[in-house]
Design a protein around this ligand. Sequence first.
Ligand code: ZN
Length: 320
Amino acid sequence: MPEQEVEIVEVGARDGLQNEPEVVPTATKIALIERLVAAGARRIEVASFVHPKRVPQMADAEAVVAGLPVRPDVTYIGLVLNERGLERALATRDAAGHGIDEIGLVAVAADGFGRANQGMDWQTSVESACRIARRAAADGMRTQATVSVCWGDPFEGEVPLARVIEIVTRLAEAGLAEIALADTIGVAVPVRVTALFERAREAVPNVRLRAHFHNTRNMAIANCWAAHETGVRVFDASLGGLGGCPFAPKATGNVATEDVVYLFERSGIATGLDLEALIATNHWLTEKLGRPLPSMVGRAGGFPQARGDGSSQARGCARS
Ligand code: ZN
């Protein structure tokens, strides 16, 4: 089996933890990222360089990055919403090239969420993302962007498909080689996922499209499959299904990494991730946060192993 047929970008340490009511200690964030790397994660969102007053949970971004395992084979992503954020992310790079490896930018597809999340309308957010993308490229930084609320806005409802396509086209013109379509509030259903990704692929055939789903209405895993059927091969997911968004009322977690890995691996599609190690990390984090995490596979465990085979049984025990 090839090492990796789909790529999972682990966003639990950022999109996941940023919505936790209690501030998670820096050491716990670093330990989580170490465990994710050990489980096979090779692209990980580790921090958000936003103003600490807006997202207090991310105030230790620099400290988290300074404590990351030095792994040239792992790409560490920092989320950046403005020029100041870009400067902070770039400043984490040391002479040896350690620090943030990739910038994640955000554009919004609707004014409602845009004003709440970034204090700007969708047009301004797209212009800002394009401007920062050009600056990051000039600084030799690998950069990608996520378009928020592509399938619906928490304040305005419907988001026109044509507008999302216009945004994706403009981001591609700014040089972004990878763009995620995000269902920030978990309202998408598979038919609409298919429609939007197919149109986006036609509009920007040379861009790598990534899917970012939240499981607010239990549709995320079905949406992942629909996106995969259209040719999407990069998926954001968060360990345990952690997450939410402080600026999107009632938004809940990202699709759970364990669930996505189970979906693909049982379908014969390699993810490069070790499900049992992820489930063990889920249990470890459950203890740290003091509450169960939403992931269904995290609770149920992976596919049952035949009894009588010592090695398989040992793996089955990882759920206890
Ligand atoms: Zn998200």
